[in-house]
Unconditional design. Structure first.
Length: 110
């Protein structure tokens, strides 16, 4: 379930996207709007419907953490594979991560 806390509108999106200290400082002083729970109930329903129509819903909220974990593991394996010529023990680690338990037992037994 997605829980909205605030709905914020800024006329200058650069302030929110930029990572500079100057933009952070400038955006801190801007009014962030009311808390979502304090908005009129009809407006809350409309916002939730708007987001749901665009696929921002519970399914997305459940998908994102799983995808982040998948992507992190994939990048970690790529990093280990790039290091395995220099460090042979990493090759075994990559093998263990990529293989099922049965395959690993066969490998260790051989």
């Amino acid at each position: 379930m997605i829980v909205l806390q605030n709905v914020v509108y800024h006329s200058n999106a650069k302030l929110l996207r930029s990572k500079s200290a100057e933009n952070d400082y400038q955006s801190e002083g801007l009014y962030a709007g009311p808390e979502f729970a304090n908005l009129d109930e009809d407006l809350q329903v409309l916002f939730e419907r708007y987001l749901d129509e665009r696929g921002i819903n519970t399914a997305l909220a459940l998908f994102v953490p799983d995808y982040i974990e998948y992507k992190e593991q994939k990048e970690y394996l790529r990093w280990l594979e790039s290091k395995s010529p220099s460090y042979p023990e990493f090759g075994l680690h990559v093998l263990l991560l990529n293989k099922s338990v049965t395959d690993v037992k066969k490998f260790v037994a051989a």
